[in-house]
Write a protein that binds this ligand. Structure first.
Ligand code: RAM
Length: 938
C-alpha cells in the first residue's frame, strides 16, 4: 500500500457544488493525487454506505458508470472510493461523500402552481404561506419546488438555501426544473410554517425590441412546493401547495422586473410571517394555475452570490449627481445599509460606463435598471432580490446626508451573482494588458452565465443567443466547469427545436415576437455545443441525449441547402459585427453571409457525422459523412478559385476554410498566406466579427503565421482586442469600438460593454499560446504544444481538468525556451516542443529546454522610403507613424482611415504626400529619432 497516492475528490454526475444524483444511475468521477511518476489507475473500488463494495476493473476515473442498483427517489447514501495504480499501490479510502437523489418517481410530482388570488397589477410580487404539524422528530426532509417566476422558500423563518433567482430560466412552456433542498435541520416536531417570497422574474418579463416588447409566458407568478418529510418513526408526510395555502400582496418587495429593477419598501417588512402561529386571517386563499409540464430535477448549479466588491470612488458628475464606481463591470446588485427618515426613497440607477462624465444609460435601451429603496425609519439593509443589473457605476439619489467615500464604503457593497460553477482555468503571461484581457473574459463569463448563457446582462435583452455561446463554449468550458450548466441549457435547445421542426432558434429560450427562422452560426449551437461538452468533459451522456437534436438541425440544413448543398439567399447574421460594418448595420460584413452559411452547413454535418459514430449509429454516420463531403466540395467549387482565393477576400472567409477543414493541404497553406497578407494589409488590426474572431488566431497559427497572430493579439489600435483594454475596459465589449476613441459611446443602438463572443480568443491563449489542449475527450490525453509568440517572454496556464490539476507554459531566457507541464494522474500527454520535437509523457511535472525558435532580425531602419508593409511589420515604427499622423490629422480621421492598406506596393512617402503633405516632414523626423535611438541602444 502506498501512502503517497490519495483520492482528492469524488464527484457524482456533473454538478460541482455537491453530490446530487439527478438520475437513478449517476456517473462517478474522482481525481487522484500521487507523486508516483506516470501514475495510472489499474482498478478502483467504490463503497456504498460503508458496506457494499463494487470492484471496478477499469482504468477510467471520470464519468464511470454507476456500479450499484439504480438509486431510488429520495435516496441518501454515502460513497467512498479507493484506487489501485499500475504500480500496485492502493490509496486509502476517500473522504465519504453524502449523495442525495434529486429526482422524484414517475407521477410523484403532484404540487400545483399557486399564486396570489387577485393581484392588482401584472407581475405582482407577494408572499404565500401555510403551516404543517409534525407529530414527531424529523429524520430527513427534502423540499422540491419550482416556479413560474422567481422565488425563495422560508421554513420557520429561515431561507432554505443561499441560491438566488430560483429556479432560473428555462424554456418554461416545455421544461421546468425543480430544486431538491435538504431542509431536515429547519423542521421541528409540532407546528412548522412554510412561506414563499415570489416575484415575476423572467416569467412575466416583456421581450422584444424597438419598444415592441411584450409578455411571453404569463401575467402573474406562481410557485409549486412539495415537501417530503420522513419522521424518525418511519412515517412520511408530503406537503404540497394547494387550496389551504394563503397569499397576500405583502412584504417589502412592491414591484420587481428583471429589466426594470426592484422597489423595496422596508416599512412593509412583516416579522414572523413564515413562523408558525402568524395571523394570516387577512390573507386570501391562493389561485391555482394549470401547468401540464412536470418539473424535472435541476441539472446545473443554481445562481448564487459569488463575490462582493466595495466602492472604489464616489464621483460628482458635471450635472451634480452622485455616482459610485465599483472599478469593475459586474453583474448583480447593491446591498445598502442605511438609516433615515421613514418613507425617504433612495434611487439607484445602474450603468456600465460614463459618457461625458454622466451615467451612460443609452445602451440599456428600455431597461430601467433602477432600484428604489424606501426607508423604514430604523436601521435598514436592502438587497434587491428578484432582479439583477450589469453595471460598474451606480447613481445614488435621495441618500440621507452626505455620501462621501468613507460613508459609501461602509454602506454600499456590490454583490456579484452568477451560476455557481467551479472555476477551473487560469492564464498569465508577461504582458499585463493580455492578462487584463483574460480577466475581462472571465468577468464577461461570470456576468453572462446567470442561469443560461446570455449575450449581455444589462440592457432589455439578456437572451440566450445561440451564436454567442456556440463560439464561446470552448472558452467557457476551460474557465469554469460549465458542463452541467451547458448540458441543462441544451435540453432547452432540444425542446425549442422540437416545437419548430428541428430549427434551433436564434435565442433559447425562445421568447421573441420574430426571428424563429434559422440562422447560420447561431442554430449550429445545436451541433457545436454538445461536441464541445464531449471534447472538453467527455460528456458522452450529453452527446447521446442531444444526438436527436443534432440530427434535427443537420436535417434542417440539408433541407435548406437543397440539391447544391449550399445555403444561400436567406436572412443571415453572418460575420456579425465585422469592424467594417457600419454601426447601424451589424450584418454588413466583408464576408458574404452565404459563404458563412454554407461553411457552417459543412461544419454541422461534420459534427453530426462524428456524433453518429460516437453513439454507434453507423448507418447515419455513413449518410452524414457522404453529405459532409459533398457539401465541402460544393463550397470549394462555388466560393474558391484554383489559386486559393475565396470569393470574399476577407479574413473570416479564409479563417473558415482553414478552421473547418474545407480545403486540401496545399490550398490551406496558400489560404493561410493570404489570410496573413490580409491581416498585415490591415496594419495588423482585426477584421473579423462573431464568426471569424474565434477562429482567426487558430487559422493563422496552424498555417505557420504565429508572428502575425502575435501582432493581432498585441495590437492596441482600434479595432483590436487590446484597444478596449487600453480604454479601461474591465469586461469584453460587444463591438470592437463600443466606446469610441474619443470616449463617447458607439452610436449604434446595440452597444453592450459585456458580451463574451470576442472573448473566445482566450481559448487560443490557453490551447496555443500557453499550450494546453485536450488531445482526446475530457483531457484523458493532453496535448501540450505551446507556441512562444513574439512580444511575450512567458505564458502559463493552469487547469483543473477532469483528472486533476494540469499546467503548461513556457518562459524565454537567453535564447532558450523552458517549457513546463504538469500532467495529471491517470492521463498522458503528447508534447510538441517549440522547434518541432515530439514526445509523449505520463503523469507528473516535466520541464524541457529548447532553443528559442523565434527569429528576431534587427529591424531595418524604417524611413520615408519604406513601404507601408515594412512600416506595419515594425511595431514601433508603425505606432509612431500612427501617432504622428493622428496628431496632425486631428478630427480628420477619414484621412487616417485611408492609411489602411499596409502593402509593399505603396511607400510611406507617397501615401503621406497624398494624405497630408505636412505629415511627411514630421513623420520623417520622428523616424530618424527612432533609428538613432535604436542605433544607440544596440
Ligand atoms: C444582438 C445580441 C447578440 C447577437 C445578436 C445577433 O442582439 O446581443 O450578441 O447574437 O444580436
Amino acid at each position: 500500500m502506498s501512502n503517497n497516492t490519495r483520492v482528492r475528490e469524488l464527484r457524482v454526475e456533473r454538478r460541482t457544488d455537491g453530490a446530487y444524483a439527478d438520475t437513478p444511475t449517476p456517473r462517478l468521477s474522482w481525481t487522484v493525487e500521487s507523486d508516483v511518476p506516470g501514475w495510472w489507475q489499474a482498478g478502483a473500488e467504490v463503497r456504498l454506505d460503508g458496506e457494499h463494495v463494487a470492484r471496478l476493473d477499469t482504468d477510467e476515473s471520470h464519468f464511470v458508470p454507476w456500479p450499484f442498483d439504480a438509486l431510488a427517489p429520495h435516496a441518501r447514501h454515502t460513497l467512498e472510493v479507493r484506487v489501485t495504480g499500475t504500480d500496485g499501490g492502493t490509496s486509502p479510502w476517500s473522504a465519504p461523500v453524502a449523495l442525495r437523489s434529486t429526482f422524484l418517481a414517475d407521477g410523484e410530482w403532484t404540487a400545483p402552481f399557486v399564486g396570489l388570488a387577485e393581484p392588482p397589477a401584472p407581475a405582482t410580487p407577494g408572499l404565500l404561506r401555510t403551516e404543517l404539524d409534525l407529530g414527531g422528530e424529523v429524520a430527513s426532509a427534502t423540499l422540491y419546488a419550482s416556479a413560474h417566476g422567481v422565488y425563495q422558500v422560508e421554513i420557520n423563518g429561515q431561507d432554505v438555501d443561499d441560491a438566488v433567482l430560483k429556479p432560473g430560466w428555462t424554456a418554461y412552456q416545455h421544461r421546468l426544473v425543480h430544486e431538491a433542498t435538504d431542509v431536515t435541520a429547519l423542521l421541528r416536531p409540532g407546528a412548522n410554517a412554510v412561506g414563499v417570497r415570489l416575484a415575476g422574474g423572467w416569467w412575466t418579463e416583456s421581450y422584444g425590441f424597438h419598444g415592441e416588447a411584450r409578455p411571453f409566458y404569463g401575467e402573474q407568478p406562481a410557485v409549486a412546493v412539495q415537501l417530503h418529510v420522513v419522521l424518525t418513526d418511519g412515517t412520511t408526510r408530503v406537503l404540497t401547495t394547494g387550496p389551504d395555502w394563503r397569499g397576500a400582496v405583502a412584504g417589502p418587495v412592491t414591484a420587481s422586473g428583471i429589466y426594470a429593477g426592484e422597489r423595496i419598501d422596508a416599512r412593509r417588512a412583516l416579522p414572523g410571517w413564515s413562523l408558525p402561529g402568524f395571523d394570516d386571517s387577512a390573507w386570501s386563499p391562493v389561485r391555482a394555475d394549470d401547468d401540464a409540464v412536470v418539473p424535472e430535477p435541476a441539472l446545473a448549479e443554481p445562481v448564487r452570490r459569488i463575490d462582493e466588491l466595495g466602492v472604489q470612488d464616489v464621483i460628482t458628475t458635471p450635472s451634480g449627481r452622485t455616482v459610485l464606481d465599483f472599478g469593475q463591470n459586474l453583474v448583480g446588485r447593491l446591498r445598502v445599509r442605511v438609516s433615515g427618515e421613514a418613507g425617504q426613497v433612495i434611487t439607484l440607477r445602474h450603468a456600465e460606463v460614463l459618457e461625458h462624465g454622466e451615467l451612460g444609460v443609452r445602451p440599456l435601451r428600455h431597461a430601467e435598471a433602477t432600484d428604489r429603496l424606501v426607508l423604514s425609519g430604523g436601521q435598514d439593509v436592502f438587497e434587491p432580490e428578484f432582479t439583477f443589473h450589469g453595471f460598474r457605476y451606480a447613481e445614488v439619489d435621495g441618500w440621507p446626508g452626505r455620501l462621501d467615500l468613507a460613508t459609501a464604503r461602509e454602506a454600499v457593497t456590490a454583490v456579484v451573482i452568477s451560476s455557481d460553477m467551479r472555476r477551473t482555468g487560469w492564464f498569465e503571461c508577461s504582458d499585463e494588458r493580455v492578462d487584463r484581457l483574460h480577466e475581462n473574459v472571465v468577468w464577461g463569463m461570470r456576468g453572462n452565465f446567470v442561469s443560461l448563457p446570455t449575450d449581455c446582462p444589462q440592457r432589455d435583452e439578456r437572451l440566450g443567443w445561440t451564436g454567442d455561446i456556440q463560439v464561446f463554449g470552448p472558452t467557457a468550458s476551460y474557465l469554469y466547469d460549465s458542463d452541467a450548466f451547458l448540458a441543462s441549457w441544451l435540453r432547452d435547445v432540444a425542446a425549442e427545436q422540437a416545437a419548430r421542426d428541428g430549427v434551433c432558434p436564434v435565442v433559447v429560450p425562445f421568447v421573441l415576437p420574430f426571428g424563429s427562422q434559422p440562422a447560420a452560426a447561431w442554430g449550429d449551437a445545436a451541433t457545436v455545443v454538445p461536441t464541445t461538452l464531449l471534447e472538453r468533459f467527455a460528456d458522452r451522456r450529453a452527446l447521446a441525449e442531444q444526438y436527436p437534436s443534432m440530427r434535427a438541425w443537420a436535417d434542417v440544413l440539408v433541407g435548406l441547402s437543397g440539391e447544391r448543398l449550399l445555403w444561400e439567399g436567406m436572412f443571415q447574421f453572418g460575420d456579425w459585427l465585422d469592424p467594417d460594418a457600419p454601426p447601424d448595420d451589424p450584418a454588413g460584413a466583408k464576408t458574404d453571409p452565404d459563404i458563412v452559411a454554407s461553411a457552417y452547413v459543412v461544419r454541422s454535418l461534420q459534427l453530426v457525422t462524428a456524433a453518429a459514430r460516437e453513439v454507434g449509429d453507423d448507418e447515419a454516420a455513413a449518410r452524414y459523412g457522404d453529405l459532409t463531403e459533398r457539401a465541402r466540395q460544393a463550397w470549394v467549387r462555388e466560393y474558391t478559385t484554383p489559386s486559393g482565393r475565396v470569393v470574399s477576400d476577407a479574413q473570416t472567409a479564409y479563417a473558415l476554410a482553414i478552421a473547418f477543414d474545407l480545403v486540401d493541404d496545399a490550398t490551406r497553406a496558400r489560404m493561410g498566406d493570404r489570410l496573413a497578407w490580409l491581416v498585415r494589409r490591415a496594419g495588423y488590426r482585426i477584421g473579423t466579427g462573431f464568426v471569424g474572431t474565434p477562429i482567426v488566431q487558430d487559422a493563422l497559427t496552424s498555417t505557420g503565421h504565429a508572428d502575425v497572430a502575435a501582432r493581432l493579439l498585441l495590437q492596441t489600435g482600434v479595432p483590436s482586442w487590446l484597444y478596449a483594454v487600453t480604454m479601461g475596459a474591465t469586461t469584453v465589449w460587444e463591438r470592437w469600438d463600443s466606446m469610441l476613441p474619443d470616449g463617447s459611446i458607439n452610436p449604434g443602438e446595440m452597444t453592450s460593454f459585456n458580451h463574451y463572443a470576442f472573448g473566445a480568443v482566450a481559448d487560443w491563449l490557453h490551447r496555443t499560446v500557453a499550450g494546453l489542449a485536450p488531445g482526446t475527450p475530457g483531457y484523458r490525453r493532453l496535448r501540450v504544444a505551446p507556441v512562444p509568440i513574439v512580444g511575450l517572454d512567458h505564458a502559463t496556464t493552469r487547469f483543473e481538468s477532469p483528472y486533476g490539476t494540469a499546467e503548461a507554459g513556457w518562459a524565454a531566457r537567453d535564447g532558450q525556451v523552458v517549457v513546463h507541464a504538469v500532467v495529471p494522474p491517470n492521463t498522458r500527454a503528447e508534447v510538441l516542443l517549440p522547434g518541432g520535437e515530439r514526445l509523449e509523457v505520463g503523469a507528473g511535472p516535466h520541464e524541457w529546454t529548447v532553443p528559442d525558435p523565434r527569429t528576431r532580425p534587427a529591424p531595418a531602419p524604417v524611413t520615408l522610403g519604406s513601404t507601408l508593409g515594412e512600416v506595419a511589420d515594425d511595431a514601433e515604427a508603425y505606432a509612431l507613424v500612427q501617432a504622428t499622423v493622428e496628431e496632425l490629422a486631428g478630427r480628420r480621421t477619414s484621412a487616417l482611415r485611408s492609411l489602411r492598406e499596409w502593402t509593399d506596393q505603396r511607400t510611406l512617402e507617397e501615401e503621406l504626400t497624398r494624405l497630408a503633405p505636412a505629415a511627411r516632414e514630421r513623420v520623417g523626423a520622428a523616424l530618424e529619432v527612432l533609428s538613432s535611438r535604436r542605433g544607440s541602444r544596440s
